[in-house]
Design a protein around this ligand. Structure first.
Ligand SMILES: [Zn+2]
Length: 303
């Protein structure tokens, strides 16, 4: 009885062991198969990754090439743009220069060359010459309030500035002569000829008569010396003119000790600020310069 039981138990044990083994084997098989599948999958996956990576690398290379090509083209475009810009700037500069030259030429052609002409005993202004426009000088600035004194219209504002500044500086300054027509010159010359004889006929009546006929020239005086002009060179008025008249474009035509003409401290001609400044700075007079040098100032005469 005991052995039967033992047999049965043994039988169960064997069966139990068989079943366990089978399970383990099956599990192993399943595990191995699973692993295999996993490995296969992983291999497949990594192959795909490899191929994708290769593709990506190729694409990246292509893109890099493309980028450097674009960058190169961009550089070329920038270079072209830069050189275009330079060409345009250059053209603009040339255009400005041409424009300036045209402006200057226009100013020169509009400006009467007689206004800066040197006159002499042999070369004087045509008797038919008259200024284009004249302006009347206010009577408070003139020596003889019963007479009308006129000045070339474009010179007028410069003369007014001078007279107003002299007034501000308390300088006794009056206009005793300005524009004179050819007929008036003739009468004046006649009067001198009567007084001084034939010698006066040359130039001594008023060596600057052409300048007065131009309308750009004035004779100054003050209440002290009046119409005699005697001692005008020793007055405070003359000193002020020497220091300041050039700033308003006026220059003394016949200074003391000049090589050509008698000293006329009262006779001032408008030659423009640039020329008057240069003459003042260089301590020269208008008749020291050549006509060619003087003509350089025509364009800026009324600047
Ligand atoms: Zn004069």
């Amino acid at each position: 009885m005991k052995s039967k039981i033992l047999n049965t138990l043994f039988h169960y044990k064997v069966n139990f062991i068989d079943s366990s083994q089978t399970l383990i084997v099956v599990a192993l098989i399943v595990f191995v198969a699973y692993q295999q599948i996993n490995i296969n999958n992983q291999q497949q996956f990594s192959k795909e990754i490899d191929s994708n990576l290769t593709n990506l690398t190729e694409r990246t290379d292509e893109l890099e090439e493309l980028i450097s090509l674009i960058q190169e083209q961009n550089m070329n475009i920038q270079e072209v743009m830069q050189s275009d810009r330079e060409i345009i700037e250059n053209l603009e500069r040339q255009f400005d220069r041409v424009n300036d030259n045209v402006d200057e030429l226009e100013k020169i052609t509009r400006t009467d060359p007689e206004l800066l002409r040197k006159y002499s005993k042999v070369y004087f202004l045509n008797e038919h010459y008259t200024p284009s426009d004249l302006e009347t000088i206010p009577r408070k600035y003139t020596y003889n309030p019963d007479r009308e004194y006129e000045i070339e219209e474009k010179v007028y504002p410069f003369l007014m500035d001078l007279l107003e500044e002299a007034e501000d500086d308390d300088i006794d300054l009056q206009i005793i002569s300005a524009y004179r027509s050819f007929d008036e010159q003739e009468q004046l010359k006649g009067a001198y000829t009567v007084s001084y004889g034939v010698g006066a006929n040359q130039f001594s009546a008023d060596q600057g008569y052409s300048e007065h006929q131009l309308g750009t020239t004035v004779d100054f005086t003050n209440s002290e010396v009046g119409a005699t002009f005697s001692g005008f060179a020793q007055t405070e008025t003359y000193e002020w003119l020497q220091d300041n008249a050039h700033r308003f474009g006026f220059t003394l035509s016949y200074p003391e000790n000049n090589q050509y003409y008698q000293f006329e401290p009262w006779h001032w001609r408008f030659v423009g600020k640039d020329l008057a400044d240069d003459l003042h700075d260089d301590n020269k007079n208008f008749y020291d310069l050549s006509q060619r040098e003087i003509n350089e100032y025509i364009a800026g005469l009324f600047d």
